[in-house]
Design a protein around this ligand. Sequence first.
Ligand SMILES: [Zn+2]
Length: 179
Amino acid sequence: MQKYLLNGFEVFKVLPISHEILRKKSHEYYNFTNKEEDILSIMVDTLRLYNKVHKIDALALAAPQIGWEKRLFVCADIDLQYRKKAKYIQKVDVYLNPQIIKKSNDLIKSDEFCLSFPPNKMVCVMRSNKIVMKYYNLLGIEMVVEAEGLQACIYQHEIDHLDGISALDKATSIIDSQQ
Ligand SMILES: [Zn+2]
């Protein structure tokens, strides 16, 4: 994991999608130490600041993207984000050892960006419209969430990262947009 200062905050360097770590299956974690809680908090700052500084709209970041081979990701609270029509990320939740326990057969087209992609690159992926996901929160409590649409697609994208799969692998088309 490589850190640097962005706008005066410590953030992690996000690995490019070609990096070998993003091809590996990450490990389940069990107990967090203080050191790992620090990593998590810098991960949240990384997600917030990348968006702000690079004026992008990424809503989640998976641990392998910063070179940490653990099964976890951080994700903005999507509901809150859209309810508030917020430009910048409002609230970030942590999902530990996430696992999809049910997914719908109806697929939707999902246009996806990834912090590990070069800027302006997006892919179109077909994903399940509805999923049920099990995960653990920071207190170690097992949670079950039902997600639909954008939120379901983001969770599927992040869990793929934990299995060494990128959205590029599943892309039905690649969009290179120059803004
Ligand atoms: Zn991604």
